[in-house]
Design a protein around this ligand. Structure first.
Ligand code: ADE
Length: 231
């Protein structure tokens, strides 16, 4: 099986690459895609660069050029739900675009005609994640993840996103990955470790906790790869 593993930043995929041998590099569309064998799995790994456009591009290339059959996203997020603390893991049940706004035409936030406000993650991959969490004794939370082309460092904006979409965490790529995978029928899973609380301290916290939280997320994704390999 060919499995794509994606992050947005080098820090989000480096912990994965470090654990693989005979990694090959492929340069496509101004980005680098890494391939490696892991057990019975053919892995395709890349960081997209930050934001919805780059992550949609990378997802499309993984699917159309590398033929991935599942996509796992690993990275960090800002917490909206106060029960989420720095380092906690959240698996997205569904994702939305908090910055998509044609409300001037009477549509709800996050909606464009022929689209949907929310795109659901694959239930089978969510189940695999819950099994992995149980076996490892990790408290994996599930929740709604809101995506936008903004680093949110503002309590009012965060509250608005939480209230408008019922979102638990926010980041800058997940919903773009979700839209592309949904359109091309590829099961996907988005995992995020909390790096900050999207408030006035978010910039400082992000810089402080990016690496440690990205490693937590990547470690969990590695265990999911083991579970997928052994299934
Ligand atoms: N990813 C991690 N923290 C974030 C934040 N506060 N805003 C957007 N994306 C993030």
């Amino acid at each position: 099986m060919i499995v794509g593993v994606m992050g947005a930043m080098p820090e989000e995929i480096d912990p994965l690459l470090k654990r693989l041998e005979n990694v090959k590099k492929h340069e496509i569309a101004d980005n680098i895609y890494y391939t490696a064998l892991y057990g019975s799995l053919d892995l395709v790994i890349a960081y997209s660069k930050i934001g919805k456009v780059f992550s949609a591009l990378t997802t499309s290339i993984m699917i159309e050029k590398f033929g991935i059959q599942k996509l796992l996203f690993s990275g960090v997020a800002g917490a909206i739900n106060p029960s989420l603390k720095i380092g906690d893991l959240i698996a997205a049940t569904k994702l939305c675009q908090h910055d998509l706004d044609i409300t001037a035409f009477g549509h709800p936030y996050g909606y464009v005609p022929e689209g949907r406000v929310f795109v659901e993650a694959d239930t089978n991959l969510l189940e695999i994640a819950s099994d992995v969490a149980r076996k490892k004794g990790i408290a994996l939370k599930r929740g709604i993840v809101a995506t936008g082309d903004q680093f949110v460092a503002d309590a009012a904006r965060k509250e608005w996103i939480g209230k408008t979409f019922g979102a638990d965490a926010l980041e800058m790529e997940g919903a773009a990955v979700a839209v592309v995978c949904d359109a091309l029928d590829i099961p996907f899973f988005v995992l995020r470790a909390i790096s900050d609380a999207a408030d006035m301290d978010a910039g400082f916290d992000f810089d402080t906790f990016l690496q440690s939280s990205a490693i937590k997320s990547a470690d969990f994704i590695f265990s999911m790869l083991d579970a997928i390999d052994q299934a």
